[in-house]
Design a protein around this ligand. Structure first.
Ligand code: FAD
Length: 373
């Protein structure tokens, strides 16, 4: 059993970290104010091979492991959890479920994709979705509304889970709807607590015309593709939370050496030193657990889904708690935007909610435990 990263993996982390510090961190607050990420960032990320991390090389991807992807998302989120997570959201579907036609464009990030599962009436209970795709002579006419879509109105294409058949998961298919399609429109930008640099909006379909070529895989298999994408998506979201929290902890270590109270720097108070130790344990254990889950997904072990859910739950809770404690250790300055901590706290809160809420993670874990007994 090896716990250390290979030389190649360390290089992947260092490359993503350096890119984030040079090209994302200096702009993160401006992008947050503007409510958008410049689109020319994505081809730059793609040039580093981070557009299709685990897509095979013959399809234009990097052919790396899920474990490698956790390193990339952790490193990028150290620059900005909102930007790093956006890549995580669009990259999660980068599997062979997408046919050759789409993968090269996805990997070069000429085409930015959004992923549309949630609806106003169905979030956790995703299989209850009601967006319907009726067959037409040329393809499909899609009608319905998707809610909370990261990149809604910004992306070039939308991977849409919609109903082509019966109620329940087996009646769901997955279609690609390109920006500009007839009958495609968007709601206003959501005004959010965090992740403010990435646009979130409703995506609306009104008899939206989709050619039959844009069906991903087979009809009726869309939900299984979506669920398969979620295991990796959960790792990406967890890794981004970890990177944000690690950055908050690094900043706190520096700050505590500079800030004085009662005649000494605050890192001299044992009560606060113990808080540092607790935070370090939380993040290191979260990292180990995350990498174990990624290893299981890479090796397709039967318990991979359960481990991805456990890692998502544990890492995102630990990361939010550490970021929040870091804010506390900054005193009043932690509450000011200039110190960078409050943004991390705001950004990390949603990691406990999306890619399946942490309650749903408990559901997945406990169901599997009961099934295995
Ligand atoms: C910023 C942001 C970006 C997002 N981006 C996307 C995106 O790009 N694409 C996309 O498809 N979706 C996206 N989402 C949606 C996200 O995945 C959903 O918000 C999430 O799955 C929860 O669904 P819901 O909001 O409808 O909550 P609900 O399902 O209504 O849940 C409400 C509460 O009830 C709890 N709950 C529900 N069912 C159970 C149960 N059986 N047992 C115990 N507790 C339960 C939940 O945990 C939660 O606490 C995004 C959300 C946000 C906030």
């Amino acid at each position: 059993m090896h716990f250390e990263l290979s030389e190649e993996q360390s290089a992947i982390f260092d490359m993503a970290y350096a890119f984030g510090q040079d090209n994302i961190a200096p702009h993160a607050r401006d992008w947050e104010k503007q409510g958008t990420i410049p689109k020319d960032l994505w081809p730059q990320i793609a040039q580093l091979g981070l557009g299709g991390i685990y897509v095979s090389e013959d399809m234009g991807g990097s052919g790396l492991l899920r474990l490698d992807a956790t390193l990339v998302f952790e490193a990028l989120a150290m620059a900005c959890p909102s930007v790093g997570s956006f890549l995580g959201m669009i990259d999660k579907f980068g599997s062979d479920d997408l046919r050759a036609k789409w993968l090269p464009k996805m990997c070069s990030m000429e085409t930015v994709f959004s992923y549309c599962l949630t609806e106003p009436g169905s979030g956790s209970d995703a299989a209850a979705l009601r967006t319907r795709a009726e067959r037409t002579n040329e393809g499909y006419a899609v009608t319905g509304t998707k809610a909370f879509i990261s990149g809604g109105g910004y992306s070039d294409a939308y991977i849409v889970m919609c109903r082509t058949g019966e109620d329940g998961p087996k009646g769901i298919s997955s279609l690609i709807v390109e920006h500009g399609a007839d009958g495609l429109s968007f709601g206003g930008l959501e005004d959010k607590m965090g992740w403010r640099s990435q646009p979130t909006a409703q995506v609306q379909f009104d008899a939206c015309h989709v050619p039959s070529d844009n069906l991903i895989g087979e009809e009726g298999r869309g939900f299984s593709y979506a669920m398969a994408g979620l295991d990796g998506g959960r790792l990406n979201i967890a890794a981004s939370a970890l990177g944000g929290a690690q950055q908050a902890l690094n900043m706190t270590l520096t700050y505590m050496g500079e800030r004085k109270a009662f005649g000494k720097s605050i890192d001299q108070f044992q009560a606060l030193q113990f808080r540092l130790a607790d935070m370090e344990v939380k993040l290191q254990s979260a990292r180990t657990f995350l990498r174990q889950a990624a290893w299981k997904l890479d090796n397709r072990t039967p318990d991979a889904t359960k481990f991805c859910a456990m890692a998502k739950l544990y890492v995102t809770d630990a990361a939010f708690s550490v970021a929040n404690d870091c804010l506390q250790l900054h005193g009043g300055y932690g509450y000011l935007a200039d110190y960078g901590i409050e943004k991390i706290v705001r950004d990390l809160r949603v990691h406990q909610i999306l890619e399946g809420t942490n309650e749903i993670m408990r559901l997945i874990i406990s169901r599997q435990m009961l099934a295995d007994r």
